[in-house]
Design a protein around this ligand. Structure first.
Ligand code: 3PG
Ligand code: MG
Length: 400
């Protein structure tokens, strides 16, 4: 496995694929980054290359624009934040257009001196980045590759995407895995190889269908699988409970029945639920038993008894992996489940890993010290697919 220490980058142009896909708030004037965790996590690799006097060209996606420029997805605010964190100017190559690796990028890159850094505009403004058409992807990968002499893959959050910048460019340039990718992999290997027991997993988030693969893969390996968030209601429905107006994937009920039968008491569901009369921060709320959600009400968080029970399991775990909020934590009345679980995971003495975008953002939004966890991953989808045992295109391309 090649690392950046194996590349002779001094004086050369290095294209670094990072995952700078951060949440932005557009509600007042200039867009504001609400959680810069991914920008901070990208700094060590970029800094290490600058320290070796490389000319560093950073690239990333942001959001899901559809292959054409959209101002609200511009990486311009990220360029500013990156410059603050690095303490040097970042030459931003965006010009409002979709020619991401074209004339303007070549000009900016051509002016870089050793130890200087540029950021390309959002890769997904170009249709070639995510195209299903191999030729379109290859053509864009050729353009990106032409900007640099080396490639460093460090976008852990995007390694599960077979996109041009992730899996095609490394086929064209001498490449290495960045520091973030290596750190994330080390943690995931520790979770997969021989996790200290008891091994508990807490899963939340809205859809069972998104988590099905990982539930199937983890069930035989864990001592407890705790399920909260929107997806718990499909499991409650599978037990025959009424779920009112809660999120429900009816077509998944039979699958959930099978999983419950297979898992026995290792799969733990909430016993109480915070319900609301509508989806709003100022809705009327009540705590009800998980088998008694009233008609027309919707569950928006796990209840206090469930939070305490989940926290007890978390406290006793020697290894714990948590992915997905327990409720709609963005609204204060429905944040306590997520807060309780996060605090218990943080307080436990075991190896604790927070998996991914939303849960990592929840930790920071709720103000829980990041250092209280063994590791906070920058990749939700990527870490779940790894734990599922899938081949990740962005890792395969780096030969790791
Ligand atoms: C993420 O936020 O999960 C990663 O940045 C990947 O983004 P995507 O799900 O839009 O491919
Ligand atoms: Mg995602």
């Amino acid at each position: 496995m090649r690392t950046i220490d194996d590349l002779q980058v001094t004086g050369h142009r290095v294209l670094v694929r990072s995952d700078l896909n951060v949440p932005l708030d557009h509600s007042k004037g200039a867009p504001r980054i609400t959680d810069d965790g991914r920008v901070r996590a990208s700094v060590p690799t970029i800094q290490a290359l600058l320290d070796r006097n490389a000319k560093v060209i950073v690239c990333s996606h942001l959001g899901r624009p559809k292959g054409a420029p959209e101002e609200k997805y511009s990486l311009a605010p990220v360029a500013e934040r990156l410059a603050e964190l690095l303490g040097i100017p970042v030459a931003f190559a965006g010009d409002g257009g979709g020619d991401i690796a074209g004339d303007r990028a070549r000009e900016v890159v051509g002016q870089l001196a050793e130890g200087q850094v540029a950021l390309l505009e959002n890769l997904r403004f170009h249709p070639g980045e995510t195209s299903k058409d191999t030729v379109a992807r290859a053509t864009f990968a050729d353009e990106l590759s032409a900007l640099a002499e080396f490639y460093v893959g460090d976008a852990f959050g995007a390694v599960h995407r077979a996109h041009a910048s992730v899996s095609e460019v490394p086929k064209r340039l001498p490449h290495a895995a960045g520091r973030l990718v290596l750190t994330e992999l080390e943690v995931l290997r520790a979770l997969t190889a021989a996790p200290a027991r008891p091994y508990a997993v807490v899963l939340g988030g809205s859809k069972v269908s998104d988590k099905l693969g990982v539930i199937r893969a983890l069930l035989p390996k864990v001592d407890a699988l705790l399920v909260g968030g929107g997806m718990c209601f499909t499991f409650l429905a599978a037990l025959g409970h009424p779920v009112g107006a809660s999120l429900l994937e009816s077509e998944m009920i039979d699958t959930c029945k099978d999983l419950l039968a297979e898992a026995g008491d290792r799969l733990v569901l909430p016993t109480d639920v915070v319900v609301a009369d509508r989806f709003a921060a100022d809705a009327e709320t009540a705590v009800v038993a998980a088998d008694a959600i009233p008609d027309g009400w919707l569950g928006l968080d796990i209840g206090p008894a469930s939070t305490a029970a989940f926290a007890r399991v978390a406290a006793g775990a020697a290894t714990i992996f948590w992915n997905g909020p327990m409720g709609v934590f963005e609204f204060a009345p429905f944040a306590e489940g997520t807060r309780g679980v996060a605090e218990a995971v943080a307080a436990g003495g075991g190896f604790s890993v927070v998996g991914g975008g939303d849960s990592a953002a929840a930790v920071r939004t709720l103000g829980i010290p990041e250092d209280d966890f063994s590791h906070i991953s920058t990749g939700g989808g990527a870490s779940l697919e790894y734990l599922e045992g899938k081949t990740l295109p962005g890792l395969a391309a780096l030969d790791v």
